[in-house]
Write a protein that binds this ligand. Structure first.
Ligand code: PLP
Length: 403
């Protein structure tokens, strides 16, 4: 029997992937060491990762390792008592995880529009969304969930001020925002609670994983219990030695704990985070420099002085809109440059559109950015040659797309 061999790759330029995870020998050695120890699930590595993560944010917060950012968001909102019928104001310009966790609790998202220049909600758009609600529904708003799109921090000082004036909690979706800071203060220390993602494509990756960060002891305690089946270990801490088998279930919790295999990688990735960010920032700076003058394109806004951008994504805008943008993506692919679009906004997704009767024009900023956005390749291991290939493909693809 003959076995068909895989075909040779298509001739043409080598392709620049959209993303490639940066895993080095340290990460691999750390994971192998866990495998050799034999303690695979939540243990010492998770505790160490949590301790270092809290320190990385300057201390003064508790960090709880969990298996995803989605879990962290769910736990934070649950711990804050968000329940059936409550409303939470958030961004439509995000991944579905941000809003789906509200539905887990029976609460409903209220979408505030974004500024298409940044992709972020603002205190003004949150106010507008709140004003559009009926007085009875306004009283059910309990929290705001800002998303730091692409790694650019939201204007947290005004969002936090508005939230505290109205008695809302702030739970940031910081899946893109590690490391990031607003006015020199790290994202993770602004909101009542913050959720980070260590998904395979994120700036710190453990394959799957997340971190819930909060300075609120009650939130931390509840989330700690709920992340592992509603088991309250603290109530038995004093018996530890002889009574290690004893536990008490105080609520119907979740299975959201992180493994030590993932945490081991989290620790080594956290050590390398400044270097990984420097490399991503260098690629973004080249893109800004070389593409900023091209007619028909808009590069991301400059990062405000005193703020820190995580450079998770490089969201380029094709001003001619959807038809040209779609062709631009194909023309880039034909030149070996793989891209993505972030995001298909939630008000255009069938579930949210139909559940809440939303139209594209209800959130014009989000609809406009979606029509124009293309995320260029951006990852720490990008070579100078790959960056050059992107930079020469962009003007050519734009010309071809506009014809
Ligand atoms: C990736 C992502 C999430 C989900 O993160 P997980 O760790 O996969 O749960 C949530 N919000 C945004 C904005 C994301 O990009």
């Amino acid at each position: 029997m003959t076995v068909a061999l895989s075909p040779d790759p298509e001739p043409g330029p080598a392709s620049v992937p959209f993303h490639r995870a940066d895993i080095d020998e340290q990460d691999i050695a750390a994971v192998v060491a866990v495998l050799r120890d034999g303690w695979l699930t939540t243990g010492e590595r998770c505790r160490e990762f949590e301790k270092r993560f809290a320190e990385h944010l300057g201390g003064g917060v508790q960090a709880l390792a969990v298996n995803s950012c989605t879990s962290a968001l769910h736990l934070a909102l649950e711990a804050l008592g968000i329940k059936r019928g409550d409303r939470v104001i958030t961004s439509p310009y995000t991944f579905t995880a941000t809003a789906e966790v509200l539905r887990y609790l029976g609460a409903h998202p209220v979408f505030a529009d974004i500024d298409p220049a940044t992709g972020n909600i603002t205190a003004d758009t949150v106010q507008e969304a709140w004003h559009r609600l009926t007085p009875a529904v306004r009283r059910r708003v309990r929290a705001v969930v800002p998303v730091h799109f692409a790694g650019l921090p939201c204007e947290m000082e005004t969002l936090v001020e508005l939230a505290s004036r109205r008695g809302w909690s702030v739970v940031d979706d910081a899946a893109h925002a590690l490391p990031a800071a607003r006015h020199g203060k790290p994202i993770g220390t602004w909101g009542t609670a913050t959720a980070f993602s260590f998904y395979a494509t994120k700036t710190l990756c453990t394959g799957e994983g997340g971190m819930l960060v909060t300075a609120d002891d009650a939130v931390a305690h509840r989330a700690r219990v709920m992340r592992l089946h509603g088991i309250d270990r603290d109530s038995f801490a004093r018996y530890r030695k002889a009574d290690g088998w004893r536990y008490s279930v105080v609520a119907a919790g979740f299975k959201y704990n992180l493994t030590d295999v993932a945490a081991a990688m989290g620790i080594t990735q956290l050590e390398r985070l400044p270097e990984l960010q420097r490399r991503r920032a260098a690629v973004a700076a080249r893109y800004d420099e070389e593409l900023g003058h091209l007619e028909g394109l808009r590069v991301p806004e400059a990062v405000p002085w005193g703020d820190e951008h995580a450079h998770h994504l490089y969201p380029l805008r094709v001003l001619a809109g959807r038809r040209v943008r779609d062709r631009f993506i194909e023309e880039l692919a034909a030149r070996g440059v793989m891209t993505s679009v972030h995001f298909i906004p939630l008000h255009l997704q069938p579930y949210y559109r139909d559940s809440y009767g939303l139209l594209p024009g209800d959130l014009p900023g989000a609809t406009r950015l979606f029509d124009q956005e293309v995320s260029l390749p951006l990852f720490p291991g990008m070579t100078a040659g790959q960056v050059d290939q992107v930079l020469s493909a962009v003007p050519a693809a734009l010309l071809a797309a506009g014809r």
